[in-house]
Design a protein around this ligand. Sequence first.
Ligand code: GDP
Ligand code: MG
Length: 436
Amino acid sequence: NLSLKLDKAFKTLKGQGSITEVNVATTMKEIRRALIDADVNYKVAKDVTDEIKEKALGQDVLTAVSPGQLLTKITNDELTQLMGGSHEDINIKGSPAVILISGLQGSGKTTFSGKLANMLKKQGNTVMLAACDIYRPAAIDQLKVLGEQIGVEVYAEPENKNAVQIANNAIKAAKDGGKKVLIVDTAGRLAVDEEMMNEISDLKKALDPSETLFVVDSMTGQDAVNTAKTFNERLNFDGVVLTKLDGDTRGGAAISIRRVVEKPIKFISHGEKMEAIDKFHPDRMANRILGMGDVVSLVEKAQQNFDEEEARRLNKKIRKNQFDFDDFLSQLEQIKKMGNIKDLMGMIPGMGKALKDIDVDDDSFKPIEAIIRSMTTEERATPDIINGSRRARIAKGSGTSVQQVNNLIKQFGDMRKMMKTMNKMGGGKRGLAALN
Ligand code: GDP
Ligand code: MG
C-alpha cells in the first residue's frame, strides 16, 4: 500500500512544517517502484516522480493531514493529470457517424466493436456494425454472433476482398437504413506490418471517420506503448481503448501511452461480456495504479517477523477466496506480535477503511478474538451459516453484544469481498484493489 509506505517514509517528518528534500527523495523512490510495478515504463516513471517532487517540495503540511497523505494526494492528482484529467467522449458526427476501429490482431477489436455498439444503442442511438476483416472468414461470423446477441445489424460481404469497398457499401447501407452510427471493425496482424498499415490508413482516408479508435491489449505492457506509437504515426487516431484490464495488470500502460502518443484514452474493457466496457476516467485509473489495500505486502512484511510457512498458507487462501475466521484469528495473532497494528491492519483490504477512525491498540483486538474463539470450527470455516441464534450464542459465550458480533461478521464479509475483487482483478501479486 503506497500511502502506507509514504506515511512510513514520512514518519520522522511529523511535526515539521513542510516537505523537505531528504524525505521526498526516499518517497519518490517508493513511488517510482510502484509505478514500474504497474507497468509504467522507467523513463515515464522517472519523469513523473521528478515532477511530483518539484510540486511537493516546500509545500506546507497542514496539521490535519500527514506529509504522507499530502504526498499521496499530490501523486494521485499528478497521475490523473497525466492521463488527461477528465474523461473525453468520442466524436459522433455525420450521417452516419463512422467510427473506425484499429489495432493488432487479438487486441480485442471485434469484441470492443460489439461492446461499443451495445453501449451506443443503449444510449438511444441506431447503430450498424461493418465487418471489414477480409482475411479471416471466422472474423465475420464472430461479429455476426455479437451483433445478434446485442440486436445490432452487421453489414458483411464474405466474398469481397476489398476492405475500402465493403466499408463504403456499409456506409450506404447504414444511410439507407437510417442508422446514426456505423462502427467499422477491421483486420489486424500479429505484429505491425506495412500491408496492414496501408490498409487501415486507406480505410481512414476513404471513410473520413468522425472517430478513429486504437485498441490495445493492456497486458502487453511496453509493447502496447510501441504499437500505439506506430499506429499513431500512420493513423493519427483520436482515442485509445485499453482492453483486458480484467487481467493481471494495474493499467500503468494508460500512463505511458497517454504520455507517449498524447491522445486520450476513451474506453477501458474488462472482460468478454458485452457489458464489460467503461468510459475511461483518469482519476479512477490513478487510484487503481496506486493501489489501495495490499494483502501481499502485509504478508511479505509479516514474513520478516513470523512464520514464512504460515504466510504462504494465508496468501494462498486469500488467492483462492478461502480466507476464513481461523485465518483471520491467526493473522491477528501474528500482527499483534509485530506492533504498529493500525498501519499493518490498513494493508488488509477492507480493514483500512474500517479502522480509519478508531484508535487501535492490542486491547481493541480482545473482543474480536473472544468472538472468534466462541465460534465452532464449522462456523469459522463457513461464516455464512452464522444465523441469528448462533450470533446470540456467540455473543453470550464471548461476553460481547450481538451488535459487536454482527459488526465483526459484516466487516469480515466486506473484507472477503474486497479480497475477491482483488483476486478477480488479478491484483493479488501486485496488491491492487480499486475501491471505486
Ligand atoms: P481482434 O483480433 O482484435 O478482433 O480481437 P478479438 O475481439 O477477437 O479478441 C481476441 C480475444 O480476446 C478473444 O478471445 C476475446 O474474447 C478476448 N477479449 C477481448 N477483449 C477482452 C477483455 O477486455 N478481457 C478479456 N479477458 N478478454 C478479452
Ligand atoms: Mg477481429
